[in-house]
Each structure stands twice: as C-alpha cells, then as structure tokens.
Ligand binder design. Structure first.
Ligand code: 5GP
Ligand code: MG
Length: 179
C-alpha cells in the first residue's frame, strides 16, 4: 500500500544522480583515508546506504538515535538522544550523515557530541536543506559541508523521511497528504 502524496519534489533519478556526485566529491576529499560515517537515525539511514555504496573509500558506519519530532510535524523544544553502539571516533575522520537540515538543532547536537570525542576531522553531509527557515540564533549551527538539495519550507517525506513512521520507503522526496 502506498500512502497518499500531494506532489513529488525530487524524483528517484535526480536523487540517484546527485548522491553519486556527492559520493565522488567525498571520495576525492579523503584520498587513501578511512572514513567513519555517523548516521542520525532513523531518517538518514536510506541516504547513508545509498551514499556509502558509491564511495571509493574504506568506511565504517555508526549510528546516533536523535529524536526531535514525535511522530507529528511540530518540533519539540528539546532534542533527545538514545545510547546505541557507537564506534570509537577519536583521531579518525568522521562524516555526519543527516536526512534534512530544518532548524539545525539535531545536527548541532550530533556535532557537539562527536566533537567531544576528539575526531581527527568532523564534516557534515545533509541530503536536504530547508529554505526559508528562521533558525534560532541561540545555538551555534555546524557548517554544512556537503548538501544534496534545497527544498522549500514544507513537510517532506520519502527516502527515509517519515510522517507518523510511514512513507520512509518511498524512493523519491514528496509532500504527503497530512491529516
Ligand atoms: P532539525 O533539528 O534540523 O530542526 O530537524 C531535523 C530532524 O527533524 C530531521 O532529522 C528529521 O528527522 C526531522 N524533520 C525536519 N523537517 C522534516 C520534514 O520536512 N519532514 C520529515 N519527515 N522530517 C523532518
Ligand atoms: Mg532526522
């Protein structure tokens, strides 16, 4: 069963092409190095698997479970994190993988958490960047080193992103029918 969508913003072939380009750029930037990909669950897992298959590098993967949307479309004020097995990243190159940069609070949280573990380098890779967002001045936001696409300020789903835990398996980025 396919949940109802209003419109497709980014079709499957454009996602594939852009992810291949990102993978080539990342591979060029770490010649002969090993890279730890830290994926922020659950939304970025589809992006992680698509990206890592195209990387011409030795990679290790790790996960961080952050949650700021509790199954609805309104953000919570606080980001939470859950402890799951996490690789030792001290003195290693780390690339944080995030599905979407909205307020930036989740990536800022993950960035601080990784930074405290003294990686050799820390960069960020987001599939989607939301335009037209008022981002809080109170939190320092991490730089976005690699970005797939910008999207308008709408609630989007697909390619890992959910609405009430549905739509994650859609192979495109779409605007859902919200209830
Ligand atoms: P931020 O902390 O940047 O405000 O939000 C990041 C997290 O909120 C993302 O990792 C994602 O899980 C969720 N999020 C933000 N915007 C959207 C959206 O448009 N659609 C979906 N499905 N999740 C979103
Ligand atoms: Mg997320």
């Amino acid at each position: 069963m396919t949940p109802p969508i209003q419109k497709i913003l980014i079709p499957r072939d454009r996602l594939e092409t852009r992810i291949n380009e990102l993978a080539q750029e990342i591979s060029r930037n770490y010649p002969g190095e090993e890279l730890v990909l830290v994926s922020i669950l659950k939304g970025s897992v589809v992006f992680l698997t698509a990206l890592m298959k195209e990387l011409d590098l030795d990679v290790e993967i790790g996960f961080l479970y952050l949650s700021s949307y509790q199954g609805e479309t309104l953000p919570q004020s606080e980001v939470r994190h859950y402890i799951i097995p996490f690789p030792d990243i001290e003195n290693r190159h780390v690339l944080l993988i995030e599905d979407i940069f909205d307020t930036g609070a989740s990536l800022a949280y993950a960035w601080d958490l990784c930074k405290k573990k003294n990686p050799r380098s820390l960069k960020t890779c987001v599939l989607l960047l939301k335009e037209g967002i008022e981002r809080p001045q109170s939190i320092p936001l991490p730089p976005i080193d690699y970005c797939g696409f910008t999207v308008p300020n709408e609630y989007v789903v697909g390619f890992g992103l959910d609405y009430k835990e549905k739509y994650r398996q859609l192979p495109c980025i779409a605007v859902p029918v919200l209830d």
